[in-house]
Every structure is written in C-alpha cells, then in structure tokens.
Write a protein that binds this ligand. Sequence first.
Ligand code: BDR
Ligand code: CA
Length: 312
Amino acid sequence: MPQQIILDCDPGHDDAMAILLAAAAPELDLLAITTVAGNQTLPKTTLNARRVCGLAGIRVPVAAGCEHPLVRELRVAANIHGESGLEGPTFTGEPDVPLDPRHAVDLIIELLLASDGDIVLVATGPLTNVAVAMRREPRIVSKIRHISLMGGAWGLGNRTPSAEFNILVDPEAARIVFESGVPITMCPLELTHQARATPEVVGRFADLRTPVGDVVVEMLRFYGEAYRRLHGEGGAPVHDPTAVAWVMDPTLVETRLAHVDIETHAEFSYGRTVVDLLDVLHLPKNALVGIRLEVERFWDRMVEAVGSYRAP
Ligand code: BDR
Ligand code: CA
C-alpha cells in the first residue's frame, strides 16, 4: 500500500521539485497539496502550485492556507525565487487546475480526522498551516503518523547566521509542531546542501527532452543563478524534495534521533533550531535529524520522477 501524504508547501523552485517527486513516486499516494505563505505571498505560492500541477497533469486538491505567520510579519525569499516565487520558466494564462474552495487548514483537519492515523504530513515551507491545524483541532495530533519537514540546521542558518528560512519565517509555529509529540523527521540545511543541482544534474533533466524536463531545467537555471549570486559556486541545493525522499524511501536519508528546540525569544538567534546531537541535555528525543543523503540514488529518483511526466 502506498504511503498516504499531504504536501504542505510554498512553491518555490525546490517545492515545485518536491511536488513533482511526491506525485510521481509509486511508494506515495499524494492526497492533497496545501499552500502557505513563505517564499512568496500566499496568492503567488498557490498559483505556482497550481501551475506545476497543470504542467505535469497532477490532479489532486490544491488548497490555500495561511497568509501570515502566527506572530511576525511575513518575510519572503524573492532574492532566491524571484518576484513570482517561481521565476525562470514562462507560464501563461490560468492553470487548468482549480483552487480547492476549502482552507488548507480545514482540508488538513478533514483528511486527518477521516483517516486511520496513517497519513504522513510533508512540510516544505513555514509550519504555519500545520501549527494552526493542531491548535484548531487538537484531535488531529494523535492522527498524524509522522511529519517529514525541510527546515532548520544544527549549524549555520541561511537567512540569519542562526536560522534557516522556513523556521525563521514562523518560529512560533515551528515550536508548536516540534513540541506536539508527533514523530518528526527534520531535513536540515546540512542534509539538503548535499542535494546540489550541479551542471551534470541539470544536464540529466535536459536529456529527458520532455516538456516537464525542460521546465525543470529553466527553473534550476534561474534558481542556480540566484543562488550563485548570493552564495557562490557549487550548485544550488534543492532542499525540499529531501523531505519527500525520506518518506518515499527512508534508506535515502541517514538520520540520527535527537532533541530539538526552537528558539523563539532570543534577539540574535531567533528562529534557530537547537539540535542536541550530542545528547548533552538528556531530554526526550523528538526528531530524526537528517545527516547524510544518498546523493546519487536521490537524483536517480528525481530524474525518474520528472521523466515519468509525458506530454498529454
Ligand atoms: C527553504 O527555504 C525556501 O526558500 C526553500 O523553498 C526551502 O524550503 C530552504 O531554506
Ligand atoms: Ca519551500
């Protein structure tokens, strides 16, 4: 039986890759895509999710969620993902994928309550929707089988020296999720920086010679260039599909169980994931922390997934 998942995301180039992987993997049954404000405003991330689904012929409910983080003002990542949040390829017109009328939080609650407790939430944006769903309907907490998320770092952040973007955008939401008791797999920057879109990787998508493969190449070129301007050479890390990959095949990601806290009070380390990898605190371990990615097999699966979308 494929593992049922809900993908909560903020597309975003790497979120788009996560969508393509999640919908294609035979090990997964993608029940819904829910969107959140993050890389760009909610209308933009939602439109981008619908565009990716339209392009690839993915037909699952796409529902829009929270427009703002719980406490702080929204900060977006236009420096990496551009004004639309998915710059690079040209998308014209309305995608032929309708927007689900339900609020993403309601949809998440509805799917979880109706389930046998066997749905995994994959979260690749700020954790606002997940936290709001937990607060609005606490009965869902025991229904979530697992949360696999891209976020955090045990070392340096990418938005401040201390904080990774997804956690920094909504640290209060992240704290609710990490303290919820739901088993978590966290794919931090140290893991996702192993998933580099090198020229060789981009070439593999180009070699597919399919419409979806070509769009992936255009996305990775824009994203790679933005990354190079900000962080230098080496290939842009395609963070988000790693959180899908762990659910699809846990042998792709080596993990270590650790206690993780989210800093929500400090001035300079606000939004930091404090990861007790050495177990110096002897506190209950609430997250499997991704340490090492099986890089070649990860890209094989990603290329295979993108290659599975054929022109209609
Ligand atoms: C995370 O931030 C976003 O820009 C990406 O989509 C990814 O989810 C990486 O820090
Ligand atoms: Ca993201």
